[in-house]
Ligand binder design. Structure first.
Ligand code: SAM
Length: 211
C-alpha cells in the first residue's frame, strides 16, 4: 500500500479491483477505504466468513483463482498478498485467468514469500541463516492429516520460474520489488526477524501489466 504499486491512492477511487486469495480481505478493506470497488476472492469459505465478521462491506466470492467466475474485462486492477499463487501447482492458469478478467492496460500486483527463503530453515534466529535445502528443489512442502491426506501444500518456484510464469500468463513484468526490512521494526514472528530481514529478502512483489 505504502509503495503505491497499484497507483497513488487518489487514483484508486471508483476502480474495480479484484483481490485474489484474499483471506480476511485486509487489502480489499484498505482499497474500499480509498473509495475503490473491491471484490475479495478466496477458495476458503472460512476465511471469507472471517472477512465478513471483521466488517467487509464489499462482495466476497468463494472460488478457485484458476477458474475466476467473472466476465472478461471486469476489473481495472488485481492484487494478491501471498494468496493463491504459492498454493497452486499450475500458477500460469491463475495468471491467465487474472489477465482475462482485467481490462486492457490493467495491472496485477502480487506478492509471494521470497523464493530464496526456501533454502533456509524458517527460524528467526541464527539457525535461520544457514542454507539447509537447495533453492532449486521444486518439491512442494506438504502437511498431512492422520489419514495421510494433504491438508497444506505450498509450491516452490524460483525467481526465474515466477518471471517465466508471468510472461506465459500474458503479462509484461514492470517491476520486481524486494522490500527491505524497515529499521524501526524490531519484532519477531514466525521465521521473520530483524536479524534475517537485514540479510535476506522476505518477500518478492511482482508488478505485472497486460496490453
Ligand atoms: C497465506 S494466505 C494469505 C491471505 C491474505 N492475502 C493475507 O495476506 O493475509 C493464502 C490465501 O490463499 C487462499 N488460496 C489458496 N489457494 C487458493 C486458490 N486456488 N484460489 C483462491 N484462493 C486460494 C487461501 O485460502 C488463503 O486464504
Amino acid at each position: 500500500m505504502e509503495a503505491e504499486l497499484l497507483g497513488p491512492p487518489e487514483d484508486l477511487k471508483g476502480k474495480d479491483i479484484l483481490e485474489i486469495g484474499a483471506g480476511a480481505a485486509q487489502c480489499a478493506r484498505w482499497l474500499a477505504e480509498q473509495g475503490a470497488r473491491p471484490v475479495a476472492l478466496d477458495i476458503s469459505h472460512r476465511q471469507l466468513q472471517h472477512a465478513l465478521r471483521i466488517g467487509a462491506s464489499f462482495p466476497l466470492v468463494c472460488a478457485d483463482a484458476g477458474a475466476l467466475p467473472f466476465a472478461d474485462g471486469s476489473f481495472d486492477l488485481a492484487c494478491s498478498a501471498y494468496g493463491a499463487l504459492p498454493f497452486v501447482a499450475e500458477p500460469v492458469l491463475v495468471l491467465k485467468e487474472v489477465r482475462r478478467v482485467l481490462r486492457p492496460g490493467g495491472r496485477f500486483v502480487f506478492s509471494v514469500t521470497h523464493p530464496i527463503r526456501w533454502a533456509f530453515p524458517d527460524e528467526p534466529g541464527p539457525e535461520g541463516l544457514s542454507v539447509s535445502a537447495s533453492y532449486f528443489d521444486r518439491t512442494p512442502y506438504v502437511e498431512q492429516d492422520e489419514e495421510g491426506r494433504a491438508v497444506y501444500v505450498e509450491h516452490h518456484r524460483t525467481i526465474g520460474d515466477r518471471v517465466r510464469d508471468v510472461v506465459a500468463g500474458g503479462f509484461r513484468l514492470v517491476d520486481l520489488v524486494e522490500p527491505e526490512w524497515p529499521v524501526w521494526n524490531t519484532s519477531e514472528w514466525g521465521g521473520w526477524s530483524p536479524l534475517r530481514g537485514g540479510l535476506i529478502p522476505g518477500t518478492a512483489i511482482f508488478v505485472c501489466e497486460r496490453d
